[in-house]
Design a protein around this ligand. Structure first.
Ligand SMILES: [Zn+2]
Length: 264
């Protein structure tokens, strides 16, 4: 065992990673749209974080993503109030109802949200990111220099290209690298200084993390789990045991996220 690799060592021992910055940049609260999740609550999530050594999880509401922003965001706002040191909130707005958006954005900032989560289509009907309704949303994020976590599974990359160029103050987290169009995700991270790629995925493509680091992207890869859809432990293992230098693990598991999210 490489005793200098505190990450792999903690994983093998089943102990929390300690003395390191661990940030989960992609999490959720609440039940699935059409399936229940066991205890999808802030309390259960904090317990999971403590078991693993994660200081901070960045969350949005599943309910909000699937059409009920008002009630879903309220649930996240409650978690931000209860655990201000453990959660970072991504606001979700109803892009399908543009008249509601300005008030939702202002209300979100007031409630302590510091980022936006956008979800185009895939498992549900939704607008593509290049739909005009997204214009005011991204303009607001740009004005406030907010990070935007974008659900991506391939085709959405091209829909985002124009926004990435137009809004240079947004730091973009392109979710689910490894899902599809791997080279294109990597090209975005290489081309645009504001673009980062995020790792959560229900599959575990062999060698993905190693491939990204070998391509020179260790400063552009951010770890996320998709908790409470997926378990933080299994997603964390993908990086703890990756065959990459310890310094790269440190960046991917926390230091890069800290930069993207603007955390101290
Ligand atoms: Zn997600």
């Amino acid at each position: 065992m490489n005793t200098h690799d505190v990450f792999a060592t903690a994983g093998r021992l089943g102990r929390p990673v300690s003395g390191e910055v661990l940030i989960d940049a992609h999490g959720h609260l609440g039940h699935g749209p059409d399936f229940p999740i066991i205890r999808p609550t802030a309390e259960a999530l904090v317990a999971s974080m403590d078991r693993l050594g994660i200081q901070f999880t960045c969350i949005s509401s599943i309910q909000a993503i699937f059409g009920d922003a008002e009630h879903g965001n309220a649930l996240v706002a409650e978690a931000l109030r209860a655990y201000p040191d453990r959660f970072f909130g991504y606001l979700v707005v109803d892009v399908g109802y543009p008249a509601k958006v300005a008030a939702q954005l202002a209300g979100g900032i007031a409630a302590g949200f510091r980022g936006l989560k956008v979800w185009s289509y895939g498992a549900r009907p939704g607008l593509p990111y290049n739909h005009p309704n997204y214009g005011p949303v991204f303009a607001y994020a740009n004005e406030h220099a907010m990070p935007v976590l974008a659900h991506v599974f391939g085709p959405e990359l091209e829909e985002l290209r124009g926004h990435i160029k137009k809004y240079p103050r947004i730091r973009w987290l392109l979710a689910h690298i490894g899902s599809a169009e791997l080279e294109k995700y990597m090209g975005f991270a290489q081309e645009f200084p504001t673009v980062y790629v995020e790792l959560c995925l229900s599959t575990c493509p062999r060698g993905l993390v190693e491939h990204l680091v070998a391509a020179g992207l260790e400063d552009k890869v951010v770890w996320g789990s998709d908790v409470v859809f997926l378990d933080q432990a299994s997603q964390l293992g993908r990086v703890l045991f990756a065959q990459i230098p310890v310094g790269a693990k440190r960046k991917i598991l926390g230091l890069n996220a800290r930069k993207v999210l603007g955390l101290k």
